[in-house]
Design a protein around this ligand. Structure first.
Ligand code: B12
Ligand code: SF4
Ligand code: SF4
Length: 265
């Protein structure tokens, strides 16, 4: 079933990018399987915030969380390198990929049901608190537990294919072999103190070698959302009743100009 799920995700992503009206192209998805009861996942409310969701509260018999990473292309990254504002291609890819996740996750849940299991997602993954800029479902921490990567200085989870792409997760009750959390540091700064390209490329000063100011970062993402209103707005407000913004809250300069965009070290 691990192999079948991998193939399902790969072929869904491949078909999606060939659809009329979809302009974003993707690399080969990476898929990992996290043990829902791994101590790291069970401790997320302690690590991130007491309201962080636990998998068993979404699916009472949760066993395995499927985490996957859909890489963008070098061409898309190149479009977003210059200037302070995000490129239209980057904003569009953000919305198209979030729409892909909503569809793909639903289809994967159906597929698992058809194969004698069940699965679910939490709506908390697509919203975050406006006062703290923190979500109650961190795809990255689940993906870390599923062995997909480690955190870089730029805050991104860096996989073996880099960090220029997006993550999603689906909770299942399947009895599958879990992957172990990644233990290989993929960021040059964390490895040996070198690089720092992401800090240099951050136009707002949100990212420094000492840490990350999510409010400074969000201010620029919101400026981009005022420009990019035509592609949609895929995050919901906190009670899930509507969009959280007029447009696409993006930037990504700390990703698209980085040596770790398409490879992990
Ligand atoms: C809220 C949010 C934002 C906020 C706040 C950003 C932030 N870094 O928290 C804003 C709107 C500013 C934002 C901006 C961006 N975001 Co955003 N965002 C989210 C969202 C919805 C929730 C993240 C969150 O709050 N999690 C809770 C926090 C606490 O955990 P975390 O950020 O996942 O993990 C951090 C800490 O826990 C800490 N950490 C790691 N290990 C440990 C261990 C210990 C002991 C402790 C204490 C802490 C700690 O480091 C982690 C990395 O910062 C996720 C989607 C999701 N539901 O997961 C996307 C997500 C994180 N965003 C993403 C992206 C790509 C971006 C942008 C590039 C925008 C863009 N698309 O153009 C920028 C990048 C900013 C940056 N350098 O971090 C991707 C990241 C992909 C990747 N490769 O990692 C995600 C996962 C969306 C997705 N579906 O793929 N984002
Ligand atoms: S750009 Fe360099 S320092 Fe920044 S996350 Fe990537 S490898 Fe680490
Ligand atoms: S998304 Fe933009 S503002 Fe935020 S840390 Fe990255 S480069 Fe800086």
């Amino acid at each position: 079933m691990r192999e079948q799920i991998k193939q399902f995700i790969e072929s869904y992503v491949s078909d999606y990018q060939d659809r009329e009206g979809i302009t974003t192209k993707y690399g080969h998805p990476l898929i990992g399987f996290a043990d829902a009861y791994h101590p790291y996942i069970q401790k997320l409310p302690e690590l991130i915030g007491s309201s962080h969701e636990l998998p068993q509260n979404v699916l009472p018999d949760a066993r395995i969380i499927v985490a996957y990473f859909v890489p963008f292309t070098k061409e898309l990254a190149a479009s977003n390198r210059a200037g302070t504002m995000a490129s239209p291609e980057w904003a569009r890819a953000y919305e198209e990929t979030n729409a892909l996740f909503a569809e793909l996750n639903e289809a994967l849940i159906e597929y698992i049901r058809a194969n004698a299991g069940h699965a679910g997602v939490t709506p908390k993954a697509v919203t975050f608190y406006q006062d703290s800029l923190v979500s109650d479902w961190s795809h990255r921490h689940i993906a870390y537990a599923a062995g997909l990567g480690t955190f870089g200085l730029n805050n991104m989870l860096i996989t073996e294919e880099g960090c220029c792409g997006r993550f999603s997760t689906v909770i299942t009750n399947l009895k599958l072999e879990p992957d172990a959390p990644a233990d290989h540091e993929r960021c040059l700064f964390k490895k040996n103190g070198s690089c720092g390209a992401c800090v240099k490329n951050c136009p707002t000063g949100a990212l420094t070698k000492e840490g990350y100011d999510r409010f400074k970062c969000y201010a620029l993402c919101r400026e981009n959302a005022k420009i990019y209103t035509e592609f949609g707005s895929s995050y919901t407000n906190e009670d899930g009743t509507g969009a959280n913004s007029v447009g696409s809250e993006v930037c990504g300069k700390c990703v698209t100009g980085s040596p770790c965009a398409f490879r992990g070290f």
